[in-house]
Structures are given as C-alpha cells and as structure tokens.
Ligand binder design. Sequence first.
Ligand SMILES: Cc1cc2nc3c(=O)[nH]c(=O)nc-3n(C[C@H](O)[C@H](O)[C@H](O)COP(=O)(O)OP(=O)(O)OC[C@H]3O[C@@H](n4cnc5c(N)ncnc54)[C@H](O)[C@@H]3O)c2cc1C
Length: 273
Amino acid sequence: MSASPDGSRKVTIYMPDSIGFVERLEVFGDDLTVVNAARVSFAKESHEFNKQDEKLVKYLAKNGHISPFFHPQIRFRLKMPIFVAREWFRHTIGFSRNEVSRRYVDTRPECWLSVAGIRARDAKLKQGSRPEPVENHNELLSKIGQFQKDAVEFYESLLAQNVAPEVARGVLPQSMYTEFIETGSLYAYARLCNLRLDPHAQKEIRDYAEALSQTLAALFPVSWPALTAAVQKPAEPVAEVVPAVPPAQMPAAPVAEQTAAKGFISSVLSHIL
Ligand SMILES: Cc1cc2nc3c(=O)[nH]c(=O)nc-3n(C[C@H](O)[C@H](O)[C@H](O)COP(=O)(O)OP(=O)(O)OC[C@H]3O[C@@H](n4cnc5c(N)ncnc54)[C@H](O)[C@@H]3O)c2cc1C
C-alpha cells in the first residue's frame, strides 16, 4: 500500500491491486474533541491536550464510556470490489454513505483480479482460505480475467443495443469496483476495524481496514490505540455515574454498595477533573 498526497488535504492509500483505495477527505475533531465531549459533564474544558487528558481518554475507552468518541467525524472516499463493499456496508451504526449508481453511470466497469494469488479453500476454516495460492494459479487467473473481459464487453454490447444501464448492469460480476463516500464517527470506525482486522475477516476487507486504521492512528494518536484495544476486549459493564432518578427517590443501598459506588464515582472524577 502506498500513500499519495495530492497537494490538498486529501491523502490516498492504494490497495495491493493499485485500483482500490481509501482516500481521506475531511476530518472533524481530534483527541481534544473526545476529551471536551467528556468534560462537559462537569462543565469543564481543556484547551491543550495534556497527560490528564490522555489518562481520561484511556479510561473512557477501557470502561465503555463510548459516547465522547462519537463526536469526531471522518469522511473518506473508498473504491473497492462489490463483494468487499457488501461486507463493508454491513457496518451501519454511526455511518452515512452515498455510492456511485450504475443506473446513471455507464462508464467502462473495472474488475478486481486476485493478482496476489488465487487462494485455496481451507478445509478447517469455514469462512476462510489458505494464504498460499492454488497450484494452477496462473492458468485460473488468466481464465478469470477473460471471463471478466467477456462480461464487460457483453454489458457494453447491451448498452449499444439501447438497453437501460440499470438493466444491463445485471450481467456484471461481483468483482466489479464500486465507489462511495462515507462519513463515520471515530467510534464507528473503531468497531469496524476491530471486526475487520481480525484474522477471520477476508484478506481483501482486512487490507481496507488496515489502511483506515493507519490513517486514524495518525489523526487520533491517543484515542485510536485506546479504542481499538478496548473494542477488541469488551469492557465489563460499569455502574451509571449519574443516577437516573434523583437520589432522594432512590432506595438506600446497603453500606458495602454505597462505599463501592463512592469509590467508583471519585475515580471517575479524578480522571475527568
Ligand atoms: C468475520 C466476519 C464474518 C461475518 N460473516 C457473516 C455472515 O456469514 N453472514 C452475515 O449475514 N453477516 C456476517 N457478518 C456480518 C456481521 O454479522 C455484522 O453484521 C457486521 O460485522 C456488522 O457488525 P456491527 O457491529 O458493526 O453492526 P452495526 O449494524 O453497525 O451495529 C453496531 C452495533 O449496534 C448494535 N445493534 C445494531 N443493530 C442492532 C439491533 N437490531 N439490535 C440490537 N443491537 C443492534 C450492536 O451492538 C452492533 O454491534 C460477518 C462479520 C465478520 C466480521
């Protein structure tokens, strides 16, 4: 993968196929955005990120206080094969997406080819593959390439016969690239990356998650490692910091529980204040 800044704030990371990419478009917020979203609970604000703020971010991530991580937003343009996009689009909460439409666009489609090796089925892993390619890799690669070329030519012949693009697209393979703009919260990306960086995820989607993760680690040097570690290892449920009903209406808790709750609240305060 290679990064190619184009002189603007955009940064593009190309996939091993040199066609698919992750392009960072816009960023709202940084580590301080997370800190100040948390500190507003106590009417406090930080102006420069300091050691206390770092401790707070780690504490929030570790203990499942996730809402401050919803505030930073990052916008990307992504280009990936349709079979990868099908998996990508399963991540819904915290994302907005708009995708190119082959109802309106009838430029020549591009198709993904497994140039790095046509991986063999793994007998032990239901949803995976073995890293090494099948024996007749080269022969199959050329047959797949020919199959894609035939499909694209057939598609173009349908267009030439006045078939509507929205109907003609039905003959195109799942390996065809699609492109979309996606805006997501920092937390949504952490959840996606934690699921898709896992070795059980398909290699092609892992490559995209890796590119995103590199980008976000550079932008959020404290929050990103804290969140990715926390989401991989879900936190134990924690007690509510703010009671849902006024204390006067709550039944008195046993002394041991009251002491534990006081300890918890003062530990939160020590991180936030
Ligand atoms: C390795 C791997 C293999 C997979 N294999 C398959 C497969 O074979 N078939 C398949 O269909 N999918 C498969 N998936 C997709 C998977 O089931 C999820 O849909 C996907 O990972 C998105 O998860 P998410 O937590 O980001 O979901 P999002 O939809 O973004 O939801 C985010 C979170 O919100 C909460 N949430 C969302 N919707 C609800 C709801 N309705 N009720 C309660 N809580 C909700 C959950 O806590 C969820 O984690 C696979 C995913 C992975 C990573």
